[in-house]
Design a protein around this ligand. Structure first.
Ligand SMILES: O=C(CO)COP(=O)(O)O
Length: 251
């Protein structure tokens, strides 16, 4: 049985005071991490404070990106060593917004996945197609290629701990959710790709999230699908009540 994983991706939202208020409201109300992983993916400048505030609770803190090098002349970047040192547990890699706007590629996502494991962080690797690619029937090939490239060279044990988030770009922030069948079809394909590229055991263990306009009203149906093990949520993760409902649904 794969443990559900619900992650709120705040993107570039909130001030530190809002973030701390959210965490104060949520941290003692999330279900036990024995039943569901509850994670907030916060902007870099909040991470130190939020890790401190959540110590000893079942709420985990993730970064939304990182560099793959430990240190060096990379102005404006944040290293995996720093994230680990701060107590961050997970890192989102290859979000479509970073692929589209900040030159993230399958190659850098792969380097970052290796770096994450080298520094004891767990990667949440995002994949997904544009509307144009879906309409051209390229979804399955594109997503499979993204998955294979992201996982290239990882050990079987590392792949088992990786989280893959399938986020169709046309469903992000648009209010247009993929139907649960559409979402599951691609998540099943992601699992099959992992089976072929790595092993059946790795495919069985890897957790696959769906992301794209997930909210309390549609999460139950999505989580009932055979290959959807959780959700990566943007807009509906910004309010404490809504985030708690999403995590409860994962329980
Ligand atoms: O990009 C997303 C999460 O990473 C999805 O965002 P929305 O839930 O706002 O559609």
């Amino acid at each position: 049985m794969r443990k559900p994983i619900i992650a709120g991706n705040w993107k570039m939202n909130k001030l530190l005071s809002d973030a701390k208020g959210f965490v104060a409201d949520v941290k003692n109300n999330v279900p036990s991490s024995d039943s569901v992983d509850a994670i907030i993916c916060a902007p870099y400048p909040f991470l130190y404070e939020l890790v401190k505030e959540t110590e000893g609770t079942d709420l985990k803190v993730a970064a939304q990106n990182m560099h793959y090098e430990e240190s060096g002349a990379y102005t404006g970047e944040v290293s995996p060593a720093v994230l680990k040192d701060l107590g961050v547990t997970h890192v989102v890699l290859g979000h479509s917004e970073r692929r589209e706007m900040f030159n993230e590629t399958d190659e850098t996502v792969n380097k970052k996945a290796h770096a994450a494991f080298n520094y004891g962080l767990l990667p949440i690797v995002c994949v997904g197609e544009t509307l144009e690619q879906r309409e051209a029937n390229q979804t399955m090939d594109l997503v499979a290629a993204q998955v294979k490239k992201a996982l290239d060279g990882l050990t079987e044990a590392q792949v088992k701990e990786t989280v893959i988030a399938y986020e169709p770009i046309w469903a992000i922030g648009t209010g247009k959710t993929a139907t649960s069948e559409q979402a599951n079809e691609v998540c099943t394909h992601v699992r099959k790709t992992v089976a072929e590229a790595v092993s059946a055991d790795a495919a069985d263990a890897v957790r696959i999230q769906y992301g794209g306009s997930v909210k309390p009203a549609n999460i139950d149906e999505l989580l009932q699908q055979s290959d959807i093990d959780g959700a990566l949520v943007g807009g509906a993760s910004l309010e404490a009540d809504s985030f708690l409902k999403l995590v409860e649904a994962g329980k």
